[in-house]
Design a protein around this ligand. Structure first.
Ligand code: PMP
Length: 425
Protein backbone atom coordinates (compact mmCIF):
# COMPACT_ATOMS: atom_id res chain seq x y z
CA UNK A 1 0.00 0.00 0.00
CA UNK A 2 2.72 2.44 0.99
CA UNK A 3 4.90 1.66 -2.03
CA UNK A 4 1.84 1.85 -4.32
CA UNK A 5 0.79 5.17 -2.84
CA UNK A 6 4.14 6.82 -3.51
CA UNK A 7 3.73 6.13 -7.25
CA UNK A 8 0.76 8.50 -7.53
CA UNK A 9 0.47 10.47 -4.29
CA UNK A 10 3.24 12.97 -3.64
CA UNK A 11 5.11 11.68 -0.62
CA UNK A 12 2.72 8.72 -0.43
CA UNK A 13 -0.02 10.46 1.55
CA UNK A 14 -2.68 13.16 1.17
CA UNK A 15 -1.14 15.69 3.58
CA UNK A 16 2.44 15.98 4.83
CA UNK A 17 1.17 15.69 8.37
CA UNK A 18 -0.38 12.31 7.68
CA UNK A 19 3.15 10.96 7.51
CA UNK A 20 4.26 10.41 11.05
CA UNK A 21 7.57 8.58 11.21
CA UNK A 22 8.27 5.99 10.02
CA UNK A 23 5.23 5.92 7.70
CA UNK A 24 1.61 6.97 7.25
CA UNK A 25 -0.97 4.77 8.97
CA UNK A 26 -3.50 3.84 6.29
CA UNK A 27 -7.01 3.63 7.64
CA UNK A 28 -9.72 1.25 6.57
CA UNK A 29 -12.64 2.52 8.65
CA UNK A 30 -13.83 3.82 11.99
CA UNK A 31 -16.58 2.68 14.28
CA UNK A 32 -17.62 4.42 17.48
CA UNK A 33 -14.45 5.28 19.38
CA UNK A 34 -12.25 2.92 17.37
CA UNK A 35 -10.38 3.02 14.06
CA UNK A 36 -9.13 0.10 11.99
CA UNK A 37 -6.07 0.27 9.73
CA UNK A 38 -5.69 -1.56 6.43
CA UNK A 39 -3.64 -4.31 8.08
CA UNK A 40 -6.53 -5.11 10.40
CA UNK A 41 -5.08 -3.43 13.50
CA UNK A 42 -7.70 -1.90 15.78
CA UNK A 43 -7.03 1.19 17.86
CA UNK A 44 -8.87 3.35 20.32
CA UNK A 45 -8.88 6.61 18.36
CA UNK A 46 -7.66 9.54 20.40
CA UNK A 47 -5.97 11.18 17.44
CA UNK A 48 -9.49 12.26 16.52
CA UNK A 49 -8.44 13.45 13.07
CA UNK A 50 -6.30 16.22 14.56
CA UNK A 51 -9.01 17.28 16.92
CA UNK A 52 -12.10 17.03 14.72
CA UNK A 53 -13.71 13.72 15.67
CA UNK A 54 -15.46 14.75 18.88
CA UNK A 55 -18.48 12.76 17.67
CA UNK A 56 -16.36 9.63 17.20
CA UNK A 57 -17.04 7.61 14.05
CA UNK A 58 -20.39 6.70 12.54
CA UNK A 59 -22.33 8.61 15.19
CA UNK A 60 -26.00 7.82 14.48
CA UNK A 61 -27.08 11.48 14.50
CA UNK A 62 -24.37 12.47 12.00
CA UNK A 63 -25.01 9.43 9.80
CA UNK A 64 -28.71 10.23 9.71
CA UNK A 65 -28.25 13.93 8.91
CA UNK A 66 -25.56 13.39 6.27
CA UNK A 67 -27.43 10.50 4.59
CA UNK A 68 -30.60 12.55 4.41
CA UNK A 69 -28.75 15.49 2.88
CA UNK A 70 -26.77 13.39 0.40
CA UNK A 71 -30.05 12.16 -1.02
CA UNK A 72 -31.39 15.72 -1.28
CA UNK A 73 -28.33 17.26 -2.93
CA UNK A 74 -24.92 18.10 -1.55
CA UNK A 75 -24.14 21.30 -3.36
CA UNK A 76 -25.97 24.24 -4.86
CA UNK A 77 -23.66 27.17 -4.03
CA UNK A 78 -26.79 28.78 -2.64
CA UNK A 79 -27.67 29.00 1.04
CA UNK A 80 -29.94 26.45 2.69
CA UNK A 81 -32.02 26.78 5.85
CA UNK A 82 -29.63 24.83 8.06
CA UNK A 83 -27.11 27.69 7.69
CA UNK A 84 -29.44 30.03 9.57
CA UNK A 85 -29.96 27.47 12.31
CA UNK A 86 -26.19 26.96 12.71
CA UNK A 87 -25.47 30.71 12.70
CA UNK A 88 -28.13 31.29 15.37
CA UNK A 89 -26.65 28.56 17.54
CA UNK A 90 -23.09 29.90 17.17
CA UNK A 91 -24.37 33.38 17.95
CA UNK A 92 -25.98 32.06 21.14
CA UNK A 93 -22.84 30.18 22.20
CA UNK A 94 -20.15 32.73 21.32
CA UNK A 95 -22.04 35.99 21.80
CA UNK A 96 -21.07 37.28 18.35
CA UNK A 97 -23.94 38.49 16.18
CA UNK A 98 -22.96 37.64 12.60
CA UNK A 99 -21.44 34.56 10.95
CA UNK A 100 -20.09 33.19 7.69
CA UNK A 101 -18.83 29.74 6.72
CA UNK A 102 -15.80 28.29 4.96
CA UNK A 103 -14.21 24.86 4.62
CA UNK A 104 -11.04 24.77 6.72
CA UNK A 105 -9.37 26.48 9.61
CA UNK A 106 -6.91 27.99 7.16
CA UNK A 107 -9.68 29.74 5.26
CA UNK A 108 -11.25 31.05 8.46
CA UNK A 109 -8.04 32.65 9.76
CA UNK A 110 -7.27 34.02 6.30
CA UNK A 111 -10.67 35.75 6.25
CA UNK A 112 -10.09 37.06 9.79
CA UNK A 113 -6.78 38.64 8.82
CA UNK A 114 -8.17 40.07 5.59
CA UNK A 115 -11.03 41.60 7.56
CA UNK A 116 -8.78 43.18 10.21
CA UNK A 117 -6.61 44.67 7.47
CA UNK A 118 -9.57 45.77 5.33
CA UNK A 119 -11.34 47.54 8.17
CA UNK A 120 -8.33 49.39 9.54
CA UNK A 121 -6.56 49.95 6.21
CA UNK A 122 -3.40 48.88 8.06
CA UNK A 123 -1.07 46.03 7.07
CA UNK A 124 0.69 44.81 10.22
CA UNK A 125 -0.67 41.92 12.27
CA UNK A 126 0.52 40.72 15.67
CA UNK A 127 0.96 36.96 16.01
CA UNK A 128 2.06 34.84 18.97
CA UNK A 129 5.24 32.79 18.72
CA UNK A 130 4.36 29.08 18.46
CA UNK A 131 0.69 29.55 17.50
CA UNK A 132 -0.48 27.71 14.38
CA UNK A 133 -3.26 29.21 12.30
CA UNK A 134 -3.15 27.22 9.07
CA UNK A 135 -1.05 27.32 5.93
CA UNK A 136 -1.70 30.68 4.27
CA UNK A 137 1.17 33.15 3.93
CA UNK A 138 0.38 35.63 6.71
CA UNK A 139 0.34 33.05 9.48
CA UNK A 140 3.21 30.83 8.38
CA UNK A 141 5.51 32.77 10.65
CA UNK A 142 7.16 31.47 13.85
CA UNK A 143 4.88 28.46 14.03
CA UNK A 144 7.27 25.98 15.63
CA UNK A 145 10.71 27.52 15.14
CA UNK A 146 13.77 25.53 16.18
CA UNK A 147 15.81 26.83 19.14
CA UNK A 148 18.63 28.08 16.89
CA UNK A 149 16.26 30.37 14.96
CA UNK A 150 14.24 32.02 17.65
CA UNK A 151 16.19 35.13 18.73
CA UNK A 152 15.68 36.99 22.02
CA UNK A 153 12.68 35.82 24.09
CA UNK A 154 11.10 39.26 24.36
CA UNK A 155 11.66 40.12 20.67
CA UNK A 156 11.39 36.82 18.75
CA UNK A 157 12.71 36.55 15.20
CA UNK A 158 10.22 35.97 12.41
CA UNK A 159 10.89 32.45 11.23
CA UNK A 160 9.15 31.07 8.11
CA UNK A 161 6.93 28.09 8.88
CA UNK A 162 7.23 26.71 5.37
CA UNK A 163 9.05 27.34 2.12
CA UNK A 164 7.37 29.64 -0.39
CA UNK A 165 6.54 32.37 2.11
CA UNK A 166 7.73 35.74 0.70
CA UNK A 167 9.91 37.84 2.99
CA UNK A 168 7.78 40.88 2.13
CA UNK A 169 4.78 39.17 3.74
CA UNK A 170 6.77 37.91 6.71
CA UNK A 171 7.77 41.52 7.36
CA UNK A 172 4.12 42.40 7.95
CA UNK A 173 3.89 40.11 10.97
CA UNK A 174 4.99 41.20 14.43
CA UNK A 175 5.74 38.16 16.60
CA UNK A 176 5.26 38.36 20.37
CA UNK A 177 5.52 35.83 23.23
CA UNK A 178 2.30 34.35 24.71
CA UNK A 179 1.08 35.54 28.11
CA UNK A 180 2.99 38.81 27.86
CA UNK A 181 0.85 41.95 27.72
CA UNK A 182 3.92 44.18 27.92
CA UNK A 183 5.22 42.76 24.62
CA UNK A 184 1.94 43.64 22.88
CA UNK A 185 1.99 47.09 24.41
CA UNK A 186 5.52 47.61 23.07
CA UNK A 187 4.59 46.27 19.62
CA UNK A 188 1.64 48.67 19.44
CA UNK A 189 3.84 51.60 20.53
CA UNK A 190 6.66 50.73 18.11
CA UNK A 191 4.27 50.45 15.17
CA UNK A 192 1.75 53.09 16.24
CA UNK A 193 -1.12 53.44 13.77
CA UNK A 194 0.10 50.52 11.65
CA UNK A 195 -1.29 47.45 13.48
CA UNK A 196 -4.54 46.06 12.04
CA UNK A 197 -5.04 43.55 14.82
CA UNK A 198 -3.80 40.45 16.57
CA UNK A 199 -4.53 36.77 16.06
CA UNK A 200 -3.85 34.08 18.65
CA UNK A 201 -5.00 30.74 19.96
CA UNK A 202 -6.58 31.81 23.25
CA UNK A 203 -5.35 28.55 24.75
CA UNK A 204 -2.17 27.56 22.89
CA UNK A 205 -2.74 24.09 21.47
CA UNK A 206 -0.01 23.61 18.95
CA UNK A 207 2.66 23.58 21.65
CA UNK A 208 1.15 21.10 24.06
CA UNK A 209 -1.55 22.97 25.96
CA UNK A 210 -0.67 26.39 27.38
CA UNK A 211 -3.55 28.22 29.07
CA UNK A 212 -3.74 32.02 29.16
CA UNK A 213 -2.88 33.61 32.50
CA UNK A 214 -5.50 35.56 34.44
CA UNK A 215 -6.30 38.83 32.72
CA UNK A 216 -4.23 38.13 29.58
CA UNK A 217 -7.10 37.83 27.10
CA UNK A 218 -9.07 40.74 28.55
CA UNK A 219 -5.87 42.82 28.62
CA UNK A 220 -5.20 42.13 24.93
CA UNK A 221 -8.66 43.32 23.98
CA UNK A 222 -8.19 46.52 25.92
CA UNK A 223 -4.72 47.26 24.49
CA UNK A 224 -5.76 46.58 20.90
CA UNK A 225 -8.99 48.54 21.09
CA UNK A 226 -7.14 51.53 22.55
CA UNK A 227 -5.12 51.58 19.31
CA UNK A 228 -8.10 51.05 17.00
CA UNK A 229 -6.97 47.48 16.26
CA UNK A 230 -8.95 44.22 16.36
CA UNK A 231 -8.61 40.96 18.29
CA UNK A 232 -9.13 37.55 16.65
CA UNK A 233 -9.36 34.31 18.62
CA UNK A 234 -8.40 31.32 16.52
CA UNK A 235 -10.62 28.72 18.15
CA UNK A 236 -10.16 26.18 15.38
CA UNK A 237 -8.77 23.72 17.91
CA UNK A 238 -10.28 24.98 21.15
CA UNK A 239 -13.73 25.92 19.78
CA UNK A 240 -15.79 22.94 20.89
CA UNK A 241 -13.21 20.68 22.47
CA UNK A 242 -12.71 22.87 25.54
CA UNK A 243 -16.40 23.57 26.11
CA UNK A 244 -19.62 24.55 24.32
CA UNK A 245 -18.26 28.01 23.44
CA UNK A 246 -14.53 27.25 23.57
CA UNK A 247 -12.10 29.55 25.29
CA UNK A 248 -14.38 32.49 24.58
CA UNK A 249 -16.98 30.98 26.90
CA UNK A 250 -14.48 29.55 29.34
CA UNK A 251 -12.69 32.85 29.98
CA UNK A 252 -15.61 35.19 29.38
CA UNK A 253 -13.73 37.40 26.92
CA UNK A 254 -15.47 37.93 23.58
CA UNK A 255 -13.04 38.94 20.84
CA UNK A 256 -13.96 40.91 17.69
CA UNK A 257 -13.60 37.81 15.49
CA UNK A 258 -13.73 34.09 16.25
CA UNK A 259 -12.51 31.37 13.86
CA UNK A 260 -13.92 27.86 14.15
CA UNK A 261 -13.37 24.58 12.27
CA UNK A 262 -12.28 21.02 13.19
CA UNK A 263 -14.82 19.72 15.77
CA UNK A 264 -17.58 22.02 14.45
CA UNK A 265 -18.75 19.75 11.64
CA UNK A 266 -19.07 16.37 13.34
CA UNK A 267 -16.32 15.04 11.07
CA UNK A 268 -17.30 16.85 7.86
CA UNK A 269 -15.05 19.69 6.73
CA UNK A 270 -16.48 23.07 7.67
CA UNK A 271 -15.29 26.33 9.17
CA UNK A 272 -17.03 29.37 10.58
CA UNK A 273 -16.07 32.93 11.21
CA UNK A 274 -18.07 35.06 13.61
CA UNK A 275 -17.67 38.73 14.36
CA UNK A 276 -18.97 41.88 15.92
CA UNK A 277 -21.35 43.99 13.84
CA UNK A 278 -18.64 46.53 12.93
CA UNK A 279 -16.41 43.80 11.48
CA UNK A 280 -19.05 41.75 9.72
CA UNK A 281 -20.65 44.85 8.21
CA UNK A 282 -17.66 44.89 5.83
CA UNK A 283 -18.88 41.55 4.50
CA UNK A 284 -22.52 42.61 4.51
CA UNK A 285 -21.91 45.74 2.43
CA UNK A 286 -19.41 44.09 0.10
CA UNK A 287 -16.30 45.99 1.18
CA UNK A 288 -14.79 42.58 1.92
CA UNK A 289 -15.94 39.73 -0.27
CA UNK A 290 -16.02 36.59 1.84
CA UNK A 291 -16.50 33.92 -0.80
CA UNK A 292 -15.98 30.26 -1.65
CA UNK A 293 -17.71 27.72 -3.90
CA UNK A 294 -18.38 25.30 -1.06
CA UNK A 295 -19.05 27.85 1.70
CA UNK A 296 -22.04 26.83 3.78
CA UNK A 297 -22.64 23.80 1.58
CA UNK A 298 -25.74 21.83 2.58
CA UNK A 299 -23.86 18.69 3.55
CA UNK A 300 -21.57 20.54 5.96
CA UNK A 301 -24.45 22.57 7.36
CA UNK A 302 -26.59 19.46 7.95
CA UNK A 303 -23.71 17.67 9.69
CA UNK A 304 -22.90 20.76 11.77
CA UNK A 305 -26.51 21.19 12.85
CA UNK A 306 -26.71 17.54 13.90
CA UNK A 307 -23.39 17.81 15.74
CA UNK A 308 -24.40 20.93 17.68
CA UNK A 309 -27.82 19.46 18.48
CA UNK A 310 -27.11 15.83 19.28
CA UNK A 311 -23.39 15.52 20.04
CA UNK A 312 -21.81 18.60 21.60
CA UNK A 313 -24.79 19.44 23.79
CA UNK A 314 -24.94 19.55 27.60
CA UNK A 315 -25.14 15.74 27.89
CA UNK A 316 -22.15 15.45 25.54
CA UNK A 317 -20.06 17.84 27.62
CA UNK A 318 -21.01 16.08 30.85
CA UNK A 319 -19.80 12.81 29.33
CA UNK A 320 -16.58 14.38 28.02
CA UNK A 321 -15.86 15.92 31.42
CA UNK A 322 -16.33 12.57 33.16
CA UNK A 323 -13.93 10.89 30.72
CA UNK A 324 -11.41 13.72 31.06
CA UNK A 325 -11.47 13.48 34.86
CA UNK A 326 -10.93 9.74 34.67
CA UNK A 327 -7.95 10.22 32.33
CA UNK A 328 -6.40 13.00 34.39
CA UNK A 329 -6.66 11.10 37.67
CA UNK A 330 -5.23 7.94 36.11
CA UNK A 331 -2.28 9.80 34.61
CA UNK A 332 -1.63 11.65 37.85
CA UNK A 333 -1.63 8.36 39.74
CA UNK A 334 1.12 6.97 37.49
CA UNK A 335 3.14 10.19 37.61
CA UNK A 336 3.02 10.25 41.41
CA UNK A 337 3.85 6.54 41.73
CA UNK A 338 6.95 7.00 39.56
CA UNK A 339 7.98 10.16 41.44
CA UNK A 340 8.09 12.22 38.24
CA UNK A 341 7.68 16.01 38.10
CA UNK A 342 5.42 15.85 35.00
CA UNK A 343 1.96 17.42 34.82
CA UNK A 344 -1.25 16.46 33.06
CA UNK A 345 -2.83 19.42 31.28
CA UNK A 346 -6.48 18.67 30.67
CA UNK A 347 -8.97 21.18 29.26
CA UNK A 348 -12.36 19.72 28.35
CA UNK A 349 -11.95 16.89 25.84
CA UNK A 350 -8.31 17.80 25.15
CA UNK A 351 -5.38 16.67 27.20
CA UNK A 352 -1.65 16.12 27.13
CA UNK A 353 1.31 15.64 29.41
CA UNK A 354 3.82 18.40 30.04
CA UNK A 355 6.96 16.27 30.37
CA UNK A 356 8.62 18.76 32.70
CA UNK A 357 8.57 20.01 36.26
CA UNK A 358 8.98 23.64 35.20
CA UNK A 359 6.13 26.00 34.41
CA UNK A 360 5.24 26.31 30.71
CA UNK A 361 3.71 29.73 30.05
CA UNK A 362 4.93 30.39 26.49
CA UNK A 363 6.66 28.86 23.50
CA UNK A 364 10.17 29.35 24.93
CA UNK A 365 9.27 27.28 27.99
CA UNK A 366 7.76 24.67 25.68
CA UNK A 367 11.03 24.47 23.70
CA UNK A 368 12.75 23.35 26.91
CA UNK A 369 10.51 20.28 27.23
CA UNK A 370 12.33 17.08 26.27
CA UNK A 371 10.47 15.69 23.25
CA UNK A 372 11.84 12.17 23.62
CA UNK A 373 9.26 11.28 26.29
CA UNK A 374 6.42 12.45 24.08
CA UNK A 375 7.67 10.41 21.15
CA UNK A 376 8.11 7.30 23.28
CA UNK A 377 4.63 7.86 24.71
CA UNK A 378 3.18 7.89 21.18
CA UNK A 379 4.93 4.61 20.36
CA UNK A 380 3.86 2.88 23.58
CA UNK A 381 0.27 3.98 23.01
CA UNK A 382 0.40 2.86 19.39
CA UNK A 383 1.75 -0.58 20.21
CA UNK A 384 -0.72 -0.75 23.09
CA UNK A 385 -3.74 -0.10 20.84
CA UNK A 386 -4.33 3.62 21.27
CA UNK A 387 -3.90 5.90 18.27
CA UNK A 388 -2.65 9.34 19.31
CA UNK A 389 -1.62 12.27 17.12
CA UNK A 390 2.09 12.27 16.34
CA UNK A 391 4.70 14.64 17.78
CA UNK A 392 4.17 13.59 21.35
CA UNK A 393 4.83 16.84 23.14
CA UNK A 394 3.13 19.07 20.55
CA UNK A 395 -0.31 17.53 20.00
CA UNK A 396 -3.06 16.47 22.40
CA UNK A 397 -5.41 13.54 22.72
CA UNK A 398 -9.06 14.15 21.90
CA UNK A 399 -11.84 12.38 23.74
CA UNK A 400 -15.09 11.78 21.87
CA UNK A 401 -18.60 11.32 23.17
CA UNK A 402 -18.35 7.69 22.05
CA UNK A 403 -15.30 6.78 24.13
CA UNK A 404 -15.91 4.31 26.92
CA UNK A 405 -14.35 4.17 30.37
CA UNK A 406 -12.47 1.06 29.15
CA UNK A 407 -10.96 3.11 26.28
CA UNK A 408 -9.63 5.65 28.78
CA UNK A 409 -8.38 2.89 31.10
CA UNK A 410 -6.32 1.54 28.19
CA UNK A 411 -4.84 5.00 27.59
CA UNK A 412 -3.94 5.20 31.28
CA UNK A 413 -2.44 1.69 31.38
CA UNK A 414 -0.23 2.43 28.35
CA UNK A 415 0.91 5.66 29.97
CA UNK A 416 1.89 3.59 33.01
CA UNK A 417 4.47 1.79 30.82
CA UNK A 418 6.05 5.17 30.07
CA UNK A 419 6.17 6.34 33.68
CA UNK A 420 7.71 3.02 34.65
CA UNK A 421 10.56 3.58 32.18
CA UNK A 422 10.93 7.26 33.03
CA UNK A 423 10.84 6.62 36.76
CA UNK A 424 13.93 4.42 36.45
CA UNK A 425 15.69 6.83 34.15
N1 PMP B 1 -5.83 27.08 13.54
C1 PMP B 1 -5.46 26.18 14.48
C2 PMP B 1 -5.38 26.62 15.91
C3 PMP B 1 -5.17 24.88 14.13
O1 PMP B 1 -4.76 24.01 15.07
C4 PMP B 1 -5.28 24.49 12.77
C5 PMP B 1 -5.00 23.06 12.31
N2 PMP B 1 -4.19 22.31 13.12
C6 PMP B 1 -5.66 25.46 11.84
C7 PMP B 1 -5.95 26.74 12.25
C8 PMP B 1 -5.77 25.14 10.38
O2 PMP B 1 -6.89 24.37 10.14
P1 PMP B 1 -7.00 23.49 8.81
O3 PMP B 1 -5.98 22.43 8.92
O4 PMP B 1 -8.42 23.02 8.82
O5 PMP B 1 -6.74 24.43 7.67
Amino acid sequence: MIADAARSLAGGATSNWQIAQPQAVWMSHGQGSHVFDVDGNEYVDMHGGYGAAIAGHGHPAIVEAVSRQVARGTHFAQPTEDAIWVAEELKRRFGLPLWRFANSGTEATMDAIHLMRALTERDLVIKVEGCYHGHHDSVQVSVLPEPEDVGPADAPHNVPGNSGIPGAIMDLIVVVPFNDLGAVERALATHRGRIAGMILEPIMMNAGIIPPEDGYLAGLKELLHAEGAYLTFDEVKTGFTTGPAGATGRYGVTPDIVCLAKALGGGISVAAIGGIEEVMSAIADGRYEQVGTFNGNPLAMAATRANLTHVINSAGYARLDALATLAKKGFERHIAAAGLPWRVVSVGAKGCVAFTGSPVRNYRDFLEVDDRWGNLHWLLQHNGGVFLPPWGKVEQWLLSVQHTDADVELLIANFGKLTEVAGHH
